[in-house]
Design a protein. Structure first.
Length: 94
């Protein structure tokens, strides 16, 4: 379930990621072989196909986007239960 949740979060984050990347919609649409209108509609509605998400992420991947995604991942993990290395070793008799 966590994988699905992460994918859905990624879909919802796409407009923000595009903005952070600094790329223009028309440029990305052209690179994805899409009409600008179609790209804008997908961006607004979030109805991307998995291959489109993959290709888009390859295009917009840069340090700013990576930093944003890392912060999101850290936010998601901050409420998770953690175990110290000492407790792990004790539990697993290492």
């Amino acid at each position: 379930m966590q994988i699905v949740s992460k994918y859905l979060n990624l879909l919802h984050s796409i407009p923000t990621l595009i903005e952070i990347s600094g790329y223009r919609n028309d440029y990305l649409a052209k690179k994805l072989n899409m009409k600008s209108v179609t790209f804008s509609a997908k961006k607004q509605r979030g109805n991307w196909q998995p291959d489109e998400v993959e290709n888009l992420m390859k295009l917009i991947n840069n340090e700013d986007v990576e930093n944003y995604l890392l912060v999101q991942e850290m936010e998601d993990l901050k409420n998770d239960e953690v175990m110290t290395i000492e407790a792990f070793r004790k539990e697993h008799k290492l």
